[in-house]
Design a protein around this ligand. Structure first.
Ligand SMILES: CC(C)(COP(=O)(O)OP(=O)(O)OC[C@H]1O[C@@H](n2cnc3c(N)ncnc32)[C@H](O)[C@@H]1OP(=O)(O)O)[C@@H](O)C(=O)NCCC(=O)NCCS
Length: 138
């Protein structure tokens, strides 16, 4: 995967995947994505995350998401960042809210490989815009 990630940074001006590293130990604890989607406008980025189970419940996902949103709006100058999660994944909703995103919509999608538990309750989308967030970072 690494060659693919490295090539992506080159093509997209530093956007792509991000590592979450625990400051106290230097351990790699999770991975983020922050990049445009294939179907969306290039100035809108999608934020996503996965953390190692041992690192859950320490505030890392919210802290890192907040930092990446700030970076997106202050350094990359993007207009909008959105994130999506399964409706049943309440932890993910809360991370989006704490990072400064607001609820946009609920929706349903087809999961590749067939339905997974909880998919019948659909997904939610949260987002933040540059205009909304810039004042929060001063
Ligand atoms: C979802 C996930 C990213 C949360 O990471 P985390 O570092 O534990 O989250 P934080 O510690 O920053 O918690 C942020 C908030 O969410 C809440 N939260 C976390 N997990 C929760 C859960 N399962 N149910 C309800 N609330 C939860 C926390 O209590 C906290 O809110 P609070 O400060 O008001 O108490 C992590 O559990 C994970 O990687 N899960 C597996 C993969 C996944 O679900 N990825 C997201 C796919 S969209």
């Amino acid at each position: 995967m690494l060659p693919r990630y490295l090539a992506y940074y080159e093509r997209h001006g530093g956007l792509g995947k991000w590592a979450a590293v625990e400051k106290a130990t230097g351990r790699f604890v999770g991975v983020f994505k922050l990049h445009p989607t294939e179907s969306g406008p290039p100035e809108d980025l999608e934020l996503g995350y996965r953390f190692h189970r041992a690192a859950w419940g320490k505030g890392y996902a919210a802290e890192s998401s907040f930092a990446l949103l700030r970076k997106a709006f202050t350094e990359f100058g993007v207009q909008r960042v959105f994130a999506q999660a399964m409706t049943v994944n309440r932890g993910s909703w809360r991370v989006m809210e704490k990072a400064g995103q607001r609820y946009v919509q609920a929706f349903f999608r087809d999961w590749p490989g067939g339905p997974i538990e909880g998919a019948e309750r659909g997904d939610v989308e949260y987002a933040a815009t540059r205009e909304e967030r810039l004042a929060q970072y001063s």
